[in-house]
Design a binder for this molecule. Structure first.
Ligand code: NAI
Ligand code: MN
Ligand code: ZN
Length: 337
């Protein structure tokens, strides 16, 4: 089979690899679609601290089951499935409290072990979620990115009374905006980004109002609209954002962060406690695939609006380059296998 492998930082190749056999409790998937994510680019460039090389990348993948291992119902062969990249031990504290995404022995498919940019992949049967016929192949490849939004929203519990502020209108910001609009029906969604074209995408995906915070002062723009955000999501993840979010938040607001920067930022207890703010973080997803499959089945979200490019897997280098360099026109890039 062919697999897209980062042999070492900066060396991405299509390799011939042996067809994997599903072990006990596993299924083998014939991948048909996979989505490119920022973390794939980071592994390619050697910027992901968890990656080991050589590595088949890809953690957003869809296909069908073509073989099952011992203990898995053979009736699953042929099922259309999407892969949850989160592998967990099942018995540590986090796993016991329903948060396998921060398992002590967390393994992420496509990061810690070989991923879905491959004609075939094996994974635990419980990580292969059935996709109903009403969800098309391309949409199904978008389920994983929406699980990130589902996870942070599950932490923040958006409500109809909320005035939401979302930083960043990349794939993560846009999936969050769609969920806030279509699933939670918040009162108002304000989006800040530094690129006008991305702000246009934010409006197309449900934002009521956008602010280019490279040109305009965000605090002043919000004050002009008399908007005090009650729910803030940082989907841009620069370390300067959390202190500003704390300053701009309404009393009793919730703030959600998703960034992995190791750079410190300065925040004061007074600003947080005097407004009794709640600050949540969110990593990957904790069993949010069924939730997102439900959202898509009910057409509460529109995943195809985020797909701007599609390439054959053999053109993966072109696909990675467009994804990385053309932030103005590119959102989600799919590979077809
Ligand atoms: P992206 O790079 O495509 O989008 C980020 C957007 O934020 C860009 O449009 C950029 O112009 C904008 N931006 C940058 N600095 C800004 C600022 N100071 N104010 C407002 N906007 C600003 O990235 P993507 O894929 O949307 O991911 C966003 C972040 O989420 C990344 O940092 C990524 O590491 C993180 N992430 C976290 C996950 C988690 O589970 N915690 C999962 C996936 C991504
Ligand atoms: Mn991703
Ligand atoms: Zn665990």
């Amino acid at each position: 089979m062919k697999s897209i492998v980062v042999q070492q930082p900066e060396r991405l190749v299509i390799e011939e690899r042996p067809l994997p056999q599903p072990g006990p409790g596993e299924v083998r998937m014939r991948v048909s679609r996979a989505g490119i994510c920022g973390s794939d680019v980071h592994i390619w460039h050697g910027h992901n601290p968890f990656a080991r090389y050589p590595r088949t990348i890809g953690h957003e993948f869809f296909g069908h089951i073509d073989a099952v291992g011992q203990g898995v119902d053979a009736a699953r062969i042929g099922e259309r499935v999407v892969g949850d990249p989160v592998l967990s031990c099942g018995h540590c504290y986090s796993c016991q409290v329903g948060r396998p995404n921060v398992c002590r022995e967390l393994q992420v498919i496509g990061v810690h072990r070989d991923g879905g940019f491959s004609e075939y992949i094996t994974l635990p049967a419980k990580n292969a979620h059935q996709v109903p016929a009403s969800i098309a192949d391309n949409e199904a490849a978008m389920i994983e990115p929406f699980t990130i939004a589902a996870n942070i929203c599950s932490q923040l519990q958006p409500a109809k009374t909320d005035i939401a502020l979302v930083y960043g209108a990349g794939p993560m910001g846009l999936t969050t905006i769609q969920a806030l609009r279509g699933v939670y029906g918040v009162k108002r969604i304000i989006v800040a980004d530094r690129i006008d074209e991305r702000l246009a995408m934010a409006r197309a995906n449900g934002a009521d109002c956008t602010i280019n915070n490279a040109k305009d002062d965000l605090g002043a723009a919000l004050a002009q609209q008399e908007a005090r955000p009650t729910l803030i999501v940082d989907a841009a993840c620069h370390p300067s954002i959390l202190p500003q979010a704390i300053a701009l938040a309404s009393p009793a607001a919730r703030i959600g962060i998703m960034g992995f920067s190791a750079e410190p930022c300065v925040i004061s207890q007074q600003e947080i406690t005097s407004k009794e703010l709640s600050i949540f973080s969110s990593r990957l997803n904790s069993n949010r695939f069924p939730m997102v499959i439900e959202w898509m089945s009910q057409k509460k979200i529109n995943p195809t609006a985020l797909i701007t490019h599609q390439f054959a897997y053999t053109d993966v280098l072109d696909a990675m380059e467009v994804f990385e360099k053309d932030q103005k026109h590119c959102c989600k890039v799919l590979l077809t296998f």
